[in-house]
Design a protein around this ligand. Structure first.
Ligand code: WQD
Length: 347
């Protein structure tokens, strides 16, 4: 039995993390997960096993508990880390800045210090297009100026990138790749895993599917007075399976010694911008369900429009988004219906 490359996925029970774990296992990696289940649920590991036929090792550990992480790494040697574990709600971060700075930064620092101790020299960081703020030019590429963060959440991603840049300058052994996600949506085609919003979701796709299924009576469109084709905001929605695939490509790039620098950064988007209303119309057309929505005022912190320049990720990383808007809508809708059936069976 050839010895499999071992990848630790922090936050691997979460939305993007769980889809990435599935892709890693499918590509033959031995995966372990550290997650404190603060924004996910234990059943996810059963679903991963159902999809892949392999049960990843899961340890319920909070990365703020450095002793626990140290004990884990002492027992389980690993070749690479993909670090998802972080709080990620933009508006929650505005109300709870200290919690966000402490959790997102202390956990990163703990992990990086232990990487040094255990010679883990391949690190993928989950970053976000929110570090760009309101772009001056579109599509936006990785070399664009990074603006003042619009929220403490976005700032923790920006500071996280800065920490990694500075760390990667101290030695030429550790390789880091930061991946800036645009708007991840959709779910696995099996509908066994998907976005599992604890509490009322803020993001557009789960709000749409919860409105369509009747979990909420209606939804709001935050503003139609922007300088966009129909006045509503433009975003680059990308299927979570494409995001997951990019993480496997990034891990392979580092493990196969293809990194061109100790710190690399790539946008993960489709390069196509869609307005909120275009997404709503597409959902109605594909699902056949009429959405009850009202246009209201703008939401604080929203940028007007952003979508990715994907040239560098396509050419240098050798990855491109393959799924369509139809795949995003269909899989989101299928997942919402699974959640609904679960809720009914539990009631
Ligand atoms: C999209 C558009 C809303 C809900 C967030 C994070 C970002 C990144 C991607 C992690 C906006 C509009 C939404 C609703 C609406 N996450 N909307 N009614 O804010 O672009 O980005 O997810 O990396 O860090 O900030 O995503 O889905 O909340 O909003 O009109 O009920 O949909 O105004 O224009 P956002 P979103």
């Amino acid at each position: 039995m050839e010895n499999k490359r071992k990848v630790l996925v922090t936050g691997g029970m979460g939305y993007i993390g769980s889809h990435t774990v599935v892709e890693l296992i499918n590509k033959g990696y031995e995966v372990s997960i550290l997650d404190n289940l603060s924004n996910s649920r234990l059943e996810v590991v059963d679903s991963i096993e159902k999809i892949t036929g392999t049960r990843p090792l899961f340890a319920n550990i909070d990365l703020n508990n450095k002793t626990a992480v140290n004990e884990f790494l002492h027992i389980h040697p690993i070749d690479a880390i993909i670090h998802f574990a972080a709080y990620k709600s933009v508006n929650e971060s505005v109300n709870k800045p200290l919690e966000y700075y402490r959790n997102n930064l202390v956990s990163l620092l703990n992990l990086l210090e232990l990487c040094q101790q255990y010679n883990v020299n391949n690190f993928v960081f989950s970053s976000s297009c929110s570090v760009y703020g309101e772009p001056d030019r579109l599509p936006i590429d990785e070399f664009a100026e990074v603006k003042k963060a619009e929220s403490p959440y976005a700032n923790t991603k920006k500071i996280g990138e800065d920490i990694l840049v500075d760390l990667s300058k101290t030695n030429d052994v550790m390789k880091v790749i930061s991946l800036r996600y645009f708007n991840p949506v959709g779910g696995h085609p099996s509908a066994l895993i998907g976005e599992y919003p604890l509490g009322a979701p803020q993001n557009l796709f789960p709000v749409i599917t919860q409105t369509a299924i009747g979990k909420r009576p209606s939804m709001k469109v935050f503003g139609n007075d922007y300088n966009t084709p129909d006045g509503s905001c433009v975003r680059d929605y990308i299927h979570v399976m494409d995001i997951a695939a990019a993480h496997v490509v990034a891990i392979e790039r580092m493990l196969e010694g293809k990194s061109k620098a100790t710190y690399e950064l790539f946008n993960l988007g489709t390069g196509k911008g869609l307005t909120v209303l275009e997404v709503i119309y597409a959902f109605e057309k594909i699902s056949g369900v009429k959405l009850n929505y009202e246009i209201v005022g703008r939401r604080a912190g929203d940028v007007e429009k952003i979508y990715a320049d994907t040239t560098y990720a396509n050419n240098e990383l050798g990855w491109r988004a393959l799924r369509t808007l139809e795949d995003m809508v269909t899989s989101s809708w299928a997942w919402e219906q699974v959640l609904q059936k679960e809720a009914v069976s539990k009631s």
